[in-house]
Design a protein around this ligand. Structure first.
Ligand code: ATP
Length: 364
């Protein structure tokens, strides 16, 4: 296994800059997810590690070695593709053993090793079949087996679970998590599914428009999103975000918006400076940190019930304020709440996030 480093890497396609001055250090044995919306540059970054794209500027290192201009086959990497990229005319044994064949291993060794890896992945009984004769989940495991059959320094995954149905996807995710803990592989994993990134990654690099906006362990990204973009992208349903007027008053941060009632928040030196003259900020509260107000609570937001979706173990209760902005709570309730009924949702001050006018987190 080995570390991977991006040093000021940019990649342009003609005039278009797909990756902008990216610096990223992936430690030996880390499982890093590149997470972001479609077109943000995730796949291009992964392909540059693989050697399938060459950076326009900057360099990439694997271990101690600068691989920026190295041929893919000289990088000791394995890659799992979204569409599995299996050879349709070869049976599973030959598909899995293919990387060994390319490297000149004997037929006997190839088949022994393919069988071992296939057994671990529970497809050992299917080796004589061709890809068209197995299910999507089995094809996914075949492509994983092919990536694992030969020891690599880094394993690269390009949305490998996105063609699976929801149930198989969860199963495969659990399997990958187990494999990572078992092997301690260095992996770079591209996804636009925040739940997948949260479940698998040791660190997540959240990308937007070719840049990394935050690089941190999943729990840090969830608890302290660096920007409103990250706050909105990670979490399901996303964090509620609301423009508010904030100023220093009575030794705390006083926050005002229609339908919002809040005790002043404690104030840090940085926030005090930022708010000396009063500012429009963005207030954030996650749906799971809201509950139906019991009365007498100090931090509440009120509006009319817009939707109440019962999901079984929980409900998504959405209220709409006079300005049409919506706030969603994830709560456990069997209560029948009628549409248009006035609802107050309450939250604790410690669950409040504040972002400045540029969308950057404002510690307080
Ligand atoms: P997705 O989740 O949709 O795969 P992504 O985040 O992986 O998106 P990339 O595939 O890295 O995004 O693409 C980043 C941007 O670069 C996109 O706007 C894409 O259209 C553009 N791009 C990628 N490859 C090329 C290419 N070979 N020529 C021109 N533009 C490209």
């Amino acid at each position: 296994m080995a570390s991977v480093q991006f040093k000021n890497v940019s990649k342009s396609f003609g005039e278009f800059v797909a990756v902008k001055d990216m610096s990223l250090e992936i430690g030996d044995g880390e499982f890093v997810c590149l997470l972001g919306p479609s077109g943000c540059g995730k796949t291009t970054s992964l392909r540059m590690i693989a050697g399938l794209e060459t950076p326009t500027s900057g360099s990439i290192e694997i271990g101690e070695s600068d691989v920026t201009f190295k041929h893919p086959k000289d990088r000791q990497i394995s890659m799992v593709f979204q569409d599995y990229a299996l050879y349709p005319h070869m049976n599973l044994a030959d598909n899995i053993a293919y990387p060994l064949k390319v490297r000149g291993e004997s037929e006997q060794n190839r088949h022994k090793r393919a069988q071992e890896v296939a057994d671990v992945l529970k497809i050992g009984h299917l080796l004589e079949r061709v890809p068209a004769q197995i299910s999507g989940g089995q094809q996914q495991r075949t492509s994983l087996a092919r990536a694992l059959v030969y020891p690599s320094k880094v394993y690269l995954f390009d949305e490998p679970l996105s063609n699976l149905d929801a149930k198989l996807r969860l199963e495969a995710r659990g399997f990958l998590n187990h494999l990572q803990r078992d092997m301690g592989m260095t992996a770079v994993y591209v996804t636009h599914d925040q739940a997948e990134a949260m479940a698998l990654a040791t660190r997540i690099a959240v990308m937007n428009e070719g840049e990394i906006v935050q690089y941190a362990p999943p729990i840090e990204i969830y608890r302290r999103p660096a920007t409103t973009f990250v706050a909105n992208f990670v979490g399901n349903p996303p964090m509620n975000l609301l423009p508010v007027e904030a100023m220093i008053a009575d030794g705390g941060i006083s926050i005002r918006a229609d339908g919002l009632s809040m005790d002043p928040l404690p104030v840090s030196a940085r926030a005090a400076k930022a708010l000396e003259t009063g500012k429009t900020l963005t207030l954030g509260v996650r749906p799971e940190h809201l509950h139906i107000a019991a009365g007498g609570e100090s931090n509440t937001i009120s509006g009319k019930l817009f939707a109440n979706e019962n999901m079984g173990p929980e409900s998504l209760v959405t209220l709409e304020r006079a300005d049409a902005a919506r706030f969603t709570a994830r709560i456990f309730t069997d209560d029948e709440i009628r549409l248009e009924q006035n609802v107050s949702l309450a939250f604790e001050a410690r669950h409040v996030h504040l972002f400045d006018a540029d969308g950057l987190r404002l510690p307080f």
